[in-house]
Design a protein around this ligand. Structure first.
Ligand code: UDP
Length: 466
């Protein structure tokens, strides 16, 4: 088919890193591009693709015209859990992924759908080398905050030396003064998870200078100074928050469906339960798709929720359920509901939810912010401590629960933070701020908003090129 005869403006191949918190934003970004006339093929790993298929009846994205394909990470039966180590996983993914990606692009071209651009996750930078080989556009997508990316970049450049001296004040361009404990865990606890350290500090940046576009899932108004700093280095554009527009302003009914889930949500149970609760009376509690709490922390959290004497909806993933205190579910059934997974956006959008006790994963943070839900920050690892610091002190959208000297957040602290937000004076102030951020987030993705303009600029250049 000749260029001009195509039914679509351009064709983007989107490649998320295979975990829930990376697939969600890249799928939502894909839906947005697709809505603006770009043909999208989203390729998951075979393992992720098959897992999603298994539970797709309740969570597939059937309303979009996105095409779904696969590449292989070399672990088609079990994904990362099948690998002997994270290092082995990432290494094999790069090798087998590159080979199967090249085959996919060839196959798409052969069937009359040549790819114009690869949008790939910053956690797996090798697709840019493939894009260069084919002479097509390469756009890297950062799924963490710009502030966190900036910290990793400074370590990469040797401008932030590790290990950090205790009690030092860390001054980086575009960021407020930070303490070592505000740093992502791979940096603060130097030497923990060396494979992830290498991925976020070296992998993410080794070829970023060659990317045609650098997308960041944030919005300009949220991280203005650091975005300005980083935009001097690369063609960086903010394109978020990647929340389905349905939840922001109820504009696009076609966007209603949330997306993929690697877990089976107890949707009806959660929403029916929430619908029977008074406005702003429920603490929603979730630690995302990966964090694993110690048994001690689970116990403190559980009794803290109970002692706050407010309603709570707590997501405890199947794998974590054995750590629940004995008899907890039965004993608290009048006040709480424990589920193994929920439709988080529907939950956050429900009027009954008055606060979100969160691990501060970047998607959860953006989702709470965009839907105007105050947070109790209980960070666990990776970028979460940095997000928690910003939630409390920079954006003033929540309280950071303080851990004791053993690193455990005790039940009294949990109960106090939940009460303070749902019932206290600080809660009122925080709610005012969350309303402001909710409005700014919506404006950023609305027509003519900062993120919307950036996406239009990308599309205009892409269409010119092909
Ligand atoms: N999520 C969900 N249901 C749940 C818990 C989480 O749909 O019960 C979604 C949530 O909306 C978010 C993602 O899973 O989009 C988690 O991403 P995040 O970056 O917050 O944390 P991660 O799982 O990467 O640690």
């Amino acid at each position: 088919m000749e260029k001009g005869e195509r039914a679509y403006k351009a064709h983007c191949l989107v490649l998320p890193y295979p975990s829930q918190g990376h697939i969600n934003p890249m799928l939502q970004f894909s839906k947005l591009l697709n809505h603006k006339g770009i043909k999208i093929t989203l390729a998951n790993t075979i393992f992720v693709h098959n897992t999603i298929q298994k539970i797709s009846s309740s969570s597939s994205s059937s309303s979009t015209s996105i095409a779904f394909e696969t590449i292989s990470d070399g672990y088609d039966e079990g994904g990362i859990t099948q690998a002997e180590s994270i290092e082995a996983y990432l290494d094999r993914f790069r090798k087998i992924g590159t080979k199967t990606l090249i085959e996919l692009i060839d196959r798409l071209s052969g069937s009359g759908n040549p790819v114009d651009c690869i949008v790939y996750d910053a956690f797996m930078p090798w697709p840019l080398d493939v894009a260069k080989k084919f002479g097509i556009v390469g756009a890297v997508f950062f799924t963490q905050s710009c502030s966190v990316d900036n910290i990793f970049y400074h370590v990469h450049q040797g401008l932030l030396k590790l290990p950090l001296p205790p009690d030092s004040e860390i001054l980086l361009p575009g960021l407020p003064p930070l303490q070592p404990s505000d740093m992502p865990s791979f940096i603060y606890v130097y030497g923990s998870y060396p494979a992830f350290f290498t991925m976020v500090v070296d992998g993410q940046f080794y070829n970023v200078d060659k990317a045609d576009w650098v997308f960041c899932n944030t919005f300009y108004e949220l991280e203005e100074e650091v975005v300005d700093c980083m935009a001097k280095l690369w063609p960086l554009r903010t394109i978020g928050p990647t929340i389905p527009s349905m939840y922001l302003d109820k504009r696009r009914e076609d966007d209603r469906e949330y997306g993929f889930s690697l877990f089976n949500p107890n949707s009806d149970a959660c929403l029916t339960w929430l619908n029977a609760k008074p406005k702003g009376s429920v603490a929603y509690v979730s630690f995302g798709s990966l964090a694993e709490l110690g048994e001690n922390q689970m116990e403190e959290l559980g009794w803290g929720l109970r002692n706050s004497n407010n309603y709570f909806l707590w997501v405890v993933r199947e794998k974590e359920a054995a750590k629940l205190p004995q008899g907890f579910v039965e004993e608290t059934s009048g006040k709480g509901l424990v589920v193994s997974w929920c439709p988080q956006l529907d939950v956050l959008a429900n009027e009954a939810v008055g606060c979100f006790v969160t691990h501060c994963g970047w998607n959860s943070t953006l989702e709470a912010l965009s839907l105007g839900v105050p947070m109790v920050a209980v960070p666990q690892w990776t970028d979460q401590s940095t997000n928690a610091r910003f939630i409390q002190d920079v954006w003033k959208m929540g309280l950071k629960a303080q851990a004791d000297e053993k690193g455990i957040v005790r039940r009294e602290e949990i109960a106090n933070c939940v009460r303070e937000i749902l019932e206290g004076e600080r809660g009122k102030e925080i709610r005012k701020n969350t309303s402001k951020w909710k409005e700014l987030a919506k404006n950023a993705v609305d027509e003519g908003g900062s993120s919307d303009k950036n996406i239009d600029e990308f599309i205009a250049k892409l269409v010119q090129n092909y």
